[in-house]
Design a protein around this ligand. Sequence first.
Ligand code: ATP
Length: 596
Amino acid sequence: MYYKELVEVYDKVSQTTKRLEITDILVDFLKRCPPEIIDKVVYLTQGRLYPEFIPIELGVADRLIIRSISKATATKESEVEGLYKNIGDLGKVTQELLSKSSKQATLEIFSEVKRAGQITVEHVYESLDRIARATGEGSQEEKLRLLSDLLRDSSPREAMYIVRTVSGALRLGVADMTILDAMAVAFTGSKEARSSIERAYNMSSDLGMVAKTLVHKGLEAIKTFGPSPGRPIFSMLAERLSSSSEILEKMGGRCALEYKYDGERVQIHRNTGDAGTTLYSRRLENISHHYPDIVRLSSEGISSQSYIVEGEIVAIDPNTGDLLPFQELMHRRRKYGVEEAMAAYPASLRLFDILYADGKDYTTKTYPERRSALSKIVKESDRLRLAEQRAVDNPEALETFFEEAISNGCEGLVAKSLGEESVYKAGARGWLWIKYKREYRSEMMDTVDLVAVGGFMGTGKRAGHVGTLLLAAYEESEDVFRTVCRCSTGFTDEDIRNMRKLLEKDIIPHRHGRVDSRITPDIWVVPSKVLEVLGAEITLSPIHTCGLDAIRKGAGLAIRFPRFTGNWRSDKSPEDATTVNEIIEMYKKQLKKISE
Ligand code: ATP
């Protein structure tokens, strides 16, 4: 098939924004398209060469494209650059230069030039594929040669689209959903098959392969399309509501609740054979290289030979075991230094779904069946666990679990349907999952001054040192110190090295009589040192004693994500520290802000 036929389609769809018109243009084209290249045509229409999850980048740098245009059109690079500055679209620049340079002149310079308009889709695809795959020494020159040859053989209009494709700027405005509509009509004669085709796409995230299967094997093959390790599945997504009673009503009076972890969603694929374990992000990128520790953790802790499971990667403070904010994981999103980031911010995994295991498709099973299957193949450890879960049937129980999730460092809850209809709906945002988040998170504006009452020994770089302090606020009425957080961030290496020495004189073998704590640290100290601390917010806590029962029976208050500011308040006595009442007031103010 000539590339100019595809270019005509590009032209036509660029001239309209009406989805139905675009669908008609595509239907007509897909019907004419030779079956052998249907996948390639679909990828090219999406502006790419492969499905999104294949980590081969076509994106050729502007610099190289400018050199290729210069070579193909026998124009000085500076002139190409000048035009680019004016026009702002390298595709248009190429088109203009190729139209200007008379074909005759081009023929004189390049004796082997083919007749423009005669290049095929196969030839364009193959050249772009070679450009994308060229790596290592000499690859830039190879890309330059391939691209300039291709442009030289193209008509001005063809060259425009080729340049836009290689620079990743095709942007035809054709949504995947429109291509699915067109495929249904072109290959099955009606839109009825649309939902089966869409399901196959959601199961494979590979539009080219779906088209190929449809053309070669028919709709029956599409209907039996299931999950397959190595092909990421579009994630199931949640709707949101902001009250517990609404959630229960929507769920039919009863549902399961899971902690909503604040981390990075991951889909873990394990294949038998050499392919091993691959991690995909919510956007289907292969993120295995960012998380070698998660790859190892899942290989060791999940027993099936092949599987697809989903969960959240979370960062946990190795010193306190507390969940850390999502930002800490961003240190992994870089090319180098992953090893260092791994040591500083070890990642853990909280699994919440299973889509496939050892030949069995779980996406058609209900949520309770999936959760039970998941629990059977996971060997839990500190770092690898199933998401915390509880079934509830009343708003009070839902609220209690919500506060527990928040005080344990989560964003809130995801409520999940327990009904017959609770299958895994790939790629869909629906009411089978409902998220319940604290909409507004108030920053703690003020620092607090807290008293050290105990310490925990560190791990990793901090092994052998006191790496974390148990901190307390002062309760004036009873002259006691009640715990409010464990703090391990903000200390310099020097602080950590000197910590034991600093506390030495205060260390005692048991809890001090004026300390009220439900937590037992590795060492106890006499309340004497005061530290300035800034936290993210104050939450209800099942373990701290500060403000116990003041807001809710059985719950105290905790400061989330406390960080030492570097200021040892040696000017303050422990009795001058922030009081329990002040912390209760700060919590109430925060609540008021949330409800405003
Ligand atoms: P958000 O930005 O609120 O995380 P989102 O658009 O990424 O939303 P949603 O489906 O709306 O995704 O919300 C659920 C998200 O919460 C998931 O994408 C996942 O990353 C995260 N998550 C954390 N814990 C769970 C859990 N137990 N079950 C499902 N999703 C969870």
